[in-house]
Design a protein around this ligand. Structure first.
Ligand code: CA
Length: 226
């Protein structure tokens, strides 16, 4: 998954980045609110870790409020040095999804990150549908025409991303950035292999149905009924 860390304490930001990269995430770090805002409006992030006290023209809560006003629904985990109830309420009212008080253990951070990444994106319906294919991002199930399909974790992540962006051509590099860690040596070839696995599971056994996975030669893949 792609995670944005907005934290002015460079040491903390780098530690978070290193730790999350070990868990297979692709992490960008920025150190002030204004740069943070310009990154945070990019809907391609799967999660934003946002420090509450930041240098710049706005603070973390204002930044969060601003991106929510812009219609950005990326989950936000807010970090703060202060842990009073009032601060928590203010953070959550600004549109943050969860709150972590410094100092925190890395285990606690990864547990919160995992919980937030598991949530369905946006708030519109939890089940993704393309034709007769249905994916439940919370229950981790996939069905086609009512028949359950077993997928590996990576296959599930690839399919979930394609379904979130059904109808769009998704370059292999985009899939690598979202599903694999950018720092790992994942070749476009690997994506082809996984697309092959998915075709064998969601298209080939359903010969009476329209194939859903399409190759846009030289560009990437597109999921859709035609
Ligand atoms: Ca700070």
């Amino acid at each position: 998954m792609r995670i944005l860390v907005i934290e002015d304490e460079v040491k903390i930001a780098s530690a978070i980045k290193r730790g999350l990269a070990l868990h297979g995430h692709a992490v960008d770090t920025v150190h002030d609110a204004d740069t943070g805002y310009s990154y945070a409006v990019d809907p391609d992030y799967d999660l934003i870790i946002l420090d509450r006290m930041l240098p710049g023209s706005i603070d973390g809560t204002e930044l969060c409020q601003k991106i929510r006003d812009e219609g950005v629904h990326t989950p936000v985990l807010m970090l703060t040095a202060r842990g009073t109830i009032g601060d928590k309420v203010e953070g959550l009212n600004s549109g943050a999804d969860d709150y972590l008080v410094k100092p925190f253990s890395f285990d606690e951070l990864t547990a919160r990150v995992r919980a937030l990444l598991r949530r369905p994106k946006a708030t519109t319906g939890t089940i993704l549908k393309t034709g007769t294919l249905e994916l439940d991002p919370v229950g981790y199930t996939v069905t086609r025409n009512g028949t359950a399909i077993k997928l590996s974790h990576k296959e599930f992540q690839v399919l979930e991303y394609l379904m979130h962006h059904a109808g769009q051509i998704i370059p292999k590099e985009t899939l690598i950035a979202h599903v694999w860690n950018e720092e790992a040596d994942v070749l476009p070839n690997t994506v082809e292999v996984y697309i092959g696995y998915l075709r064998a599971k969601i298209d080939r056994p359903f010969a009476d149905e329209k194939p859903l996975i399409h190759t846009a030669r030289g560009f990437g893949y597109r999921l859709g009924e035609k």
